[in-house]
Design a protein around this ligand. Structure first.
Ligand SMILES: C[S@@+](CC[C@H](N)C(=O)[O-])C[C@H]1O[C@@H](n2cnc3c(N)ncnc32)[C@H](O)[C@@H]1O
Length: 264
């Protein structure tokens, strides 16, 4: 029997837990995982958990048995029971699945990520604003097996809303908040509605694929430093795709071409 059977109700425990989650939201060494899917992927990709709490651990185990049987035992050993009131104090929107966790963020060496010789592209998001959208970019980058997601601008890609949007897939590939652009020998490719048509199979190996901010697109600085500028073809009258949709279209153009042996 794991800790799941014991409801922890002590006032000091609850206060400590609320303080821990509150601090974790601002701590750049920690990640807050809201809901079952974020926790599931974090565990699959070997996150180091700190706290795991659930309002009904048995219900979480039923969900795990259906969706992630590989994780049942691990979850059973880690979950602590909390009341619905405590759970709702741990996040602005308590997750429907009634489970939350904190985990240590992995340490990532950006230089090593950029110097990686394998051909998979890196996704560079320039100043993304919408955390759910940012999470969706990370989710598709993990699925397509991109080398990393790098983000510029003030928003932390490890924001709990972005982790929720990525279903916890931050632990599946390097996700880094860049405070300044890093020198690289990789070809910089601006993905921009005013570029030349993207031809699957012609993306250079080891590209850095740069996507612009939701409202204004890529900065002039990035456009002028790019080796090429490519567009996803659209029907006349449509001005642009959503940011995460365009990341998905380009990454899967690369992925399908490399599966067919066409490209990098
Ligand atoms: C919502 S769009 C920005 C729209 C902005 N008004 C513009 O013209 O770039 C966000 C990002 O998605 C990418 N994007 C959207 N539609 C695209 C397309 N058809 N071709 C290439 N990139 C596109 C670009 O990287 C763009 O900066």
């Amino acid at each position: 029997v794991g800790r799941t059977s014991a409801a922890v109700t002590g006032k000091s425990f609850q206060a400590r837990l609320i303080e821990h989650f509150r601090r974790a939201r601002r701590d750049t060494d920690l990640a807050v995982l809201e809901g079952f899917h974020a926790l599931k992927h974090a565990l699959r990709f070997e996150a180091e958990l700190v706290e795991v709490v659930a309002t009904d651990p048995e219900e979480v185990l039923v969900l795990a048995a259906a969706l992630a049987p590989d994780l049942v035992e691990l979850l059973q050993a880690r979950m602590q029971t909390v009341s619905a009131d405590v759970l709702s104090a741990l996040a602005p929107r308590a997750p429907r699945t009634g489970v939350m966790a904190t985990a240590k963020r992995p340490h990532i060496d950006v230089r090593q990520v950029i110097d990686e010789p394998a051909s998979a592209p890196i996704v560079l998001l320039e100043d993304p604003r919408h955390m759910g959208n940012l999470g969706a970019c990370i989710r598709v980058a993990a699925a397509a097996d991109a080398a990393a997601v790098l983000c510029t601008g003030p928003n932390d890609p490890w924001h709990p809303e972005a982790i929720r949007g990525a279903a916890g897939l931050h632990f599946a590939l390097p996700v880094v908040h860049l405070h300044e652009l890093v020198n690289s020998d990789r070809p910089l490719v601006a993905i921009d509605p005013d570029g030349d048509d993207l031809v699957p199979g012609r993306l250079p190996p080891r590209s850095i694929l740069a996507f612009g901010t939701e409202r204004h697109g890529l900065s002039d600085q990035l456009l002028t430093s790019a080796a090429m500028r490519l567009r996803i073809p659209m029907r006349p009258g449509v001005s642009s795709l959503n940011l995460a949709t365009s990341v998905a279209a380009v990454l899967y153009a690369w992925r399908f071409a490399s599966m067919d042996g066409l490209g990098s």
